[in-house]
Design a protein around this ligand. Structure first.
Ligand SMILES: [Zn+2]
Ligand SMILES: [Zn+2]
Length: 337
């Protein structure tokens, strides 16, 4: 099969030919029809995350068709259309037992520690399958496990977003455009930042107040947006010291900063406002099966929209990464088959 591989850190992705994986006990073989390209895929090349034995096939947003059942698999049949949950979890630790599998102590991720979906086929544990409604295309479905469900986990579960709250989304890329919709769906008023005109236009189309921090004073814009009160929630999809500092200082007393991205290795916060204003800084990692099922349903019913700015065939994966780095697309870039 054709697959994208990380062969060595600090080297470019390689488009290779390799064997189709054989589904092990409890796994199924999925013919991948579409996979989402995340900027984390690019960051994997820097070696900061240990991927185990290389080569590794990246890709943590995948949708496709079940084509083979491994030994011991029941309840699934070939031909079923599925989207794939990223985390392969132990099922035994305290967080797994309460359904908070995104915090599993013994966690592996498809497209990280295990081979992922930027390939023609992938082998997946059955617990990681969610069936797709007919109304959902593979292209729209593939990005849900990360771009959409991660924002759903962050805003709904971690942030408890609700009606009339004032929410700021920092960064209107692949995550941000889905975050805007989720916060709006929850009844919040939303502002969103980007330095790129085409992304701000999309943010505005989705109902957010667009802010370009290079052209506008962000603090002034938020003062106006919140009537001087500050924000209930900031979802930081940028992950730099500058972005989290800005987000933190824009919060109202008791406001929550959702840390969704982690480009910089350390974040520093001033202690006095954290203490005296009882602000909260909340880490938000990935999603769990329940949240992804809810997102699949919302998108299937047309309540949320997958925003896909460009598609590339698997054979043009490298060109897709260039487009991602240039920030040309609005929303996600999807790799089709
Ligand atoms: Zn990702
Ligand atoms: Zn666990």
């Amino acid at each position: 099969m054709q697959a994208v591989q990380i062969v060595e850190y600090h080297q470019p992705f390689r488009l290779s030919r390799c064997g189709i994986p054989k589904p092990e006990r409890g796994e199924v073989l999925v013919e991948v029809k579409a996979s989402g390209l995340c900027s984390t895929d690019l960051h994997l090349l820097d070696g900061r995350q240990k991927l185990g034995k290389l080569p590794r096939i990246p890709g943590h947003e995948s949708a496709g068709v079940v084509v083979e059942l491994g030994p011991g698999v029941t309840g699934w049949r070939t031909g079923q259309r599925v989207v794939v949950v990223i985390d392969v979890t132990c099922g035994r630790c305290r967080d797994c037992l309460t359904g908070q599998t995104q915090r599993c102590v013994d966690l592996q991720r498809l497209g990280f520690e295990r081979d992922g979906g930027h390939a023609e086929y992938m082998s997946v544990p059955v617990q990681n399958l969610i069936e797709l409604p007919e109304s959902l295309s593979f292209k729209d479905a593939c990005i849900l496990p990360d771009a959409t469900a991660c924002m759903y986990h962050s805003l709904v579960t971690q942030g408890k977003v609700g009606p009339n709250q004032k929410v700021l989304i920092l960064g209107s890329g692949g995550l941000g455009v889905h975050g805007i919709q989720i916060a709006r769906l929850a009844g919040a008023e939303v502002a969103a930042t980007s330095r790129r005109a085409h992304r701000l236009k999309e943010a505005a189309r989705l109902g957010a107040v667009p802010i370009n921090p290079e052209k506008q004073d962000l603090f002034e814009a938020i003062r106006e947006f919140t009537g001087g009160e500050g924000l209930d929630l900031v979802a930081d999809c940028i992950g730099t010291q500058q972005s989290v500092s800005q987000g933190f200082s824009l919060l109202r007393p008791g406001g929550k900063l959702l840390v969704i991205a982690y480009l910089d290795q350390h974040f520093e916060f001033p202690s006095l406002p954290l203490f005296s204003k009882e602000k909260e800084i909340i880490g938000c990692r990935g999603t769990n099966r329940l949240e992804l099922s809810e997102v699949v349903e919302l998108v299937g019913r047309g309540r949320l929209q997958s925003i896909i700015g460009a598609t590339f065939p698997l054979s043009e994966f490298i060109q897709a990464t260039v487009a991602l780095q240039r920030g040309e697309a609005v929303g996600r870039i999807v790799i089709t088959r």
